[in-house]
Design a protein around this ligand. Structure first.
Ligand SMILES: [Zn+2]
Length: 430
């Protein structure tokens, strides 16, 4: 009880800081982030992975970057941290006594490679504050009721408090009609879910005698295409807000309260780089993330597996950088035998393969045939794991009669455009 109270106070303090930092101009933001990076570098110096970094070359009185406890604070002096580095040696990233941490997530993100990220209390408070700030900026009013449709919802139909918001938990595995019925019963003002599912709901809502209306729909975990945005917005008579986040770091960027620009939060430094790791100023490149707030497990220049490009300065005057487009987030949909359609997010529980495979890809070859292609960690997948995967895929398909086959691979190639598709359906694509 006391723990959750102090956690709440901590998160609200972070929220207050975030609010102040969100309106900084570009120069003040740069100064703030330089100072935060210097502090993070001190924590990084305690880790096995970053400790052995050699100082940048150059004479002692030359243009050598400033150091912090022997560590460079010039971001580009740090190597790019690959997800594989974290997956293979998570202990090398922990900066303090493990008993003071608690595990926040077992994850895989968009590359299909599971990694473990740990946070201490402070980092957890920041993560919560980032999620609250994104909802407030989307216009969600304190104490209002939000319907949150999620694949990990364990008690659909229950309302719980999440700081100032009341959250009606609904399951992504329930069909859109059932969830619309629940929404009519409870009357939430906002909807939070992935855009492909929101789009299915919008189509269903269009046929309703009394269509559901929201104050706002908040979409995360996928890219919301212009079409989807229009359909969702029209059907529910409200604006759509995009949030860009990931399992490792939570919400990193979200839409400006005044414009449609997607601002990166002050607590993240995002770089967009080309194939050689140089800044890609025009056109898309790979996203590297430095989370300035997690001192328990510093991750610096972490290649997250998404591709994005920079947007124009936002007319609102905030100095926070603007991301124009994000690629690499799947909004693949799966057509089922019998006519149903499921979003890729329904299949995400396969991420429980964590630690058993290096990477994987789920391909729908025919309506009734799914193939799990995987790169094994060691001796392959035993029968019980295969059984688990089969039941996850069947559940995601709403119990439809489907076959699941397994295919071991040396590596899972990226597509020509560099995108990695963890979930892919060949049905209806010729
Ligand atoms: Zn703005």
């Amino acid at each position: 009880m006391l723990d959750s109270l102090s956690g709440g106070v901590r998160a609200l303090r972070c929220l207050d800081t975030l609010r102040r930092e969100s309106v900084l101009d570009a120069d003040s933001l740069k100064r703030l982030q330089d100072a935060l990076l210097a502090r993070l570098a001190k924590s990084a110096a305690k880790t096995g992975f970053y400790r052995h970094l050699s100082p940048p070359s150059g004479g002692s009185n030359s243009n050598q970057p400033p150091t912090s406890g022997g560590m460079p604070v010039d971001l580009e002096s740090f190597p790019i941290t690959e997800r594989e580095d974290v997956r293979l040696g998570p202990d090398g990233f922990f900066a303090c006594d493990e008993t003071r941490h608690h595990l926040t997530s077992m994850t895989s993100g968009s590359s299909g490679t599971p990694v473990e990220v740990r946070s201490d209390r402070e980092a957890t408070a920041w993560r919560n504050a980032l999620s609250i700030a994104s909802l407030l900026d989307a216009g969600v009013k304190p104490m209002s009721l939000c319907a949150r449709i999620h694949r990990k919802e364990s008690a659909p139909g229950r309302i719980r408090m999440h700081y100032f918001f009341r959250m009606l938990g609904l399951s992504l595995f329930d069909d859109e009609r059932a969830n619309l019925t629940a929404i009519r019963k409870f009357g939430p003002q906002s909807l939070i879910c992935c855009s492909s599912y929101a789009q299915f709901m919008a189509k269903e809502n269009d046929y309703a005698e009394k269509p559901v209306k929201f104050k706002q729909v908040i979409c995360g975990s996928e890219v919301t295409g212009e079409n989807a945005r229009r359909e969702i917005s029209r059907s529910f008579s409200c604006p759509v807000f995009d949030v860009y986040g990931c399992h490792e770091f939570g919400h990193m960027a979200w839409e400006c309260p005044e414009e449609h620009s997607m601002h990166v939060s002050s607590r993240f430094i995002i770089e967009i780089v080309d194939g050689r790791g140089r800044p890609a100023r025009n056109g898309p490149g790979e996203v590297l993330v430095t989370a300035l707030h997690n001192h328990a497990m510093p991750l610096i220049r972490y290649r997250i597996g998404d591709r994005a490009s920079w947007g124009k300065e936002c007319p609102c005057g905030r100095g926070l950088p603007v991301i124009a487009s994000i690629e690499g987030r799947t909004n693949e949909v799966f057509a089922l035998p019998g006519g149903g359609i499921r979003p890729a997010a329904c299949f995400s529980n396969i991420e429980s393969l964590n630690g058993r495979v290096k990477s994987f890809q789920l391909i729908q070859e025919r309506e009734d045939l799914f193939v799990l292609r995987f790169v094994p960690c060691g001796k392959g997948l035993d029968d019980s794991v295969r059984g688990d995967v089969e039941s996850i895929v069947r559940k995601a398909c709403g119990g439809a009669r489907i076959l699941v086959e397994f295919e071991e691979a040396q590596r899972i190639p990226r597509e020509e455009n560099g995108k990695f598709r963890k979930f892919y359906s060949k049905v209806g694509k010729g």
